[in-house]
Design a protein around this ligand. Structure first.
Ligand SMILES: [Zn+2]
Ligand SMILES: [Zn+2]
Length: 534
């Protein structure tokens, strides 16, 4: 009879005093009894999973009926949403056996603190849709332990023997010293971790900057009220990386020992042995449905590091665009009282605007392409080799979310300013110089437009197969025509036409960019079925 209850509920952790249900309490780091209010050190509680000889343990598996994602816990709980596809569903439960992890970094960030970190981050990105901070969204944060392979490795050998020569001179004499050396030693590396779950992206794992410092021996009591993913990669997947790491440590050690010569120390590959065990890392996970896709937020449950890219709401984006346009028009009108912008110069300025926009667009489209193909995900690339070559696809790294849009402006502006300063110095008369600059046949417009076209072409080169190919070609053509017009100094109407064409095409591309950004920060609704496709 007792056996049956256990089969239905998983491992039960009862209070040693009153038998009430225990739950891991993040704030105190102890197991807390809900009935009598006492708390216990986790290590003081008996661990039923230690009785099992095969390194496995019993757990309750929760599976989402919609996307198939599974997590497990040590005992049953009611869960009414999925942290992978964001659906509000009752997860199915069944008893299962999973590999017993060796170590765990327990949660230190409480739910309240996690919510605070999340709200602050969303507030920073002013364009986030309103429902991102709604309480029912925030309530869906779930504490999940992500499995990592934790490696340790050792190598030992007679590194190398040889001779080194050290010569120096004091002005009159040359001294030569010869050294014979024979070095042997060993190197051991430990605490190298690689994420053992395919669904958890490497990029997120890197950004969360996990540390093994607070790892403690595993106890299933940590999973009372918490969830864990099961590892779905083999430790051999990362063996090469661990070997490289050990080789680097070996070489560093020998470089340190040999003062005079930096010998190439042959790494004793044959003696290298590595072993891996499972370490669980704490993550607050949130999946939020937005526009038919899922936006993921992950908070490091140990340090509070957050990975959260919010989409841009169309309404707020449109509002900002209107404000910016108004500001630019106002500036132009004000500028009109000081200097008259001749159409030729105006066209060149429009060209410069289009080029700066292209710089930003190229970066976002490139990152979007990388993320779509998961080219920056080591695990994914290893598991999905190119069907033609049989090799892992080429790695690529993201440009990063901090778009330094001012760099092209600085380059173009700096060039123009340097030219102006040079001319002013040689012309002596500043007013005459300024007038000459802004005149119909001044050289400022062609120089600006040349810079703009160069910048446009340079950033265009970086984008392969962006989602706005036609718009890109249109902008490129408009840039070239503007340059031609500026050099030929044709009738005013052509300049105005160039301005309109450049601005309209750029505005269209920026609207497309908004969609691209929203695709970049979200993922398709996942499916973890048996016939999962790449
Ligand atoms: Zn109790
Ligand atoms: Zn799901």
């Amino acid at each position: 009879m007792e056996e049956n209850t256990r089969a239905a509920d998983g491992l039960r952790f009862g209070c040693p005093d009153c038998g009430g249900g225990l739950r891991f309490d993040i704030a105190s780091g102890r197991a807390h009894c809900g009935s009598c209010g006492q708390s216990f050190e986790m290590s003081a509680l008996p661990d039923p999973s230690l009785r099992e000889a095969d390194g496995m343990m019993e757990a309750v598996e929760y599976r989402c009926p919609q996307c198939g994602a599974a997590v497990h816990a040590s005992q049953t709980a009611a869960t009414s949403f999925c942290s992978y596809c964001g659906a509000d569903v009752i997860l199915t439960q069944r008893l299962t056996r999973v590999v017993r992890p060796a170590a765990i970094v327990p949660f230190h960030v409480t739910r309240e603190k996690c919510e605070r970190i999340y709200r602050e981050r969303v507030k920073e990105s002013r364009f986030a849709p309103d429902d991102f901070t709604a309480q029912e969204t925030v309530d869906h944060f779930r504490p999940v332990y992500i499995p990592f392979w934790r490696y340790r490795g050792t190598a030992e050998g007679d590194g190398l023997a040889g001779s080194a020569v050290n010569s120096y001179s004091d002005g009159s004499y040359e001294y030569t010293k010869q050294y014979q050396y024979s070095l042997s030693g060993s190197v051991s590396v430990s605490g190298i971790i690689y994420d053992a779950s395919v669904s958890f992206e490497d990029e997120t794992a890197q950004q969360l900057r996990f540390s093994v410092k607070r790892a403690v021996p595993f106890h299933p009591g940590y999973l009372c009220g918490f969830y864990a993913e099961a590892p779905d990669t083999e430790p051999s997947l990362y063996a090469e990386g661990v070997r490289d790491y050990a080789q680097k440590a070996w070489e560093d050690e020998f470089a340190r020992q040999c003062e005079y010569k930096k010998p190439k120390a042959a790494f004793p590959s044959d003696s290298f042995a590595a072993s891996a065990d499972i370490l669980l890392m704490p993550v607050w996970l949130l999946a939020h449905r937005s526009g038919g896709r899922v936006v993921y937020t992950a908070v490091n449950g140990d340090t509070g590091e957050i990975v959260c890219d919010t989409p841009v709401s169309n309404r707020r984006f449109g509002l900002l665009a209107a404000q910016l346009t108004g500001l630019c028009l106002m500036l132009l009108v004000l500028l009109h009282f000081v200097i008259i912008l001749r159409p030729r110069l105006l066209a060149a300025l429009c060209g410069l605007t289009a080029a700066v926009a292209q710089w930003v667009i190229a970066r976002v489209f490139r990152d979007l392409r990388i993320r779509r193909g998961r080219e920056n995900d080591f695990t994914w690339r290893k598991l999905h080799p190119d069907p033609r070559t049989g090799k892992a696809p080429k790695a690529a790294s993201l440009s990063g979310r901090d778009i330094k849009w001012y760099i092209p402006l600085l380059i173009a502006g700096g060039t123009a300013l340097a030219g102006m300063a040079l001319s002013a110095m040689t012309a002596y008369n500043f007013n005459a110089f300024l007038a000459g600059l802004l005149a119909d046949h001044g050289w400022l417009a062609p120089v600006l437009q040349l810079c703009a076209l160069a910048l446009f072409a340079a950033s265009g080169y970086r984008r392969r197969g962006g989602p706005d190919d036609l718009l890109f070609l249109g902008r490129l053509a408009a840039m070239a025509v503007t340059l031609l017009a500026v050099f030929m100094a044709t009738a005013d109407i052509y300049f105005y036409l160039c301005c309109v064409a450049l601005l309209v095409l750029t505005a269209l591309s920026l609207a497309r960019l908004n969609r691209a950004h929203n695709e970049y920060v979200s993922r398709p609704v996942p499916f973890f079925g048996k016939e999962e496709q790449a």
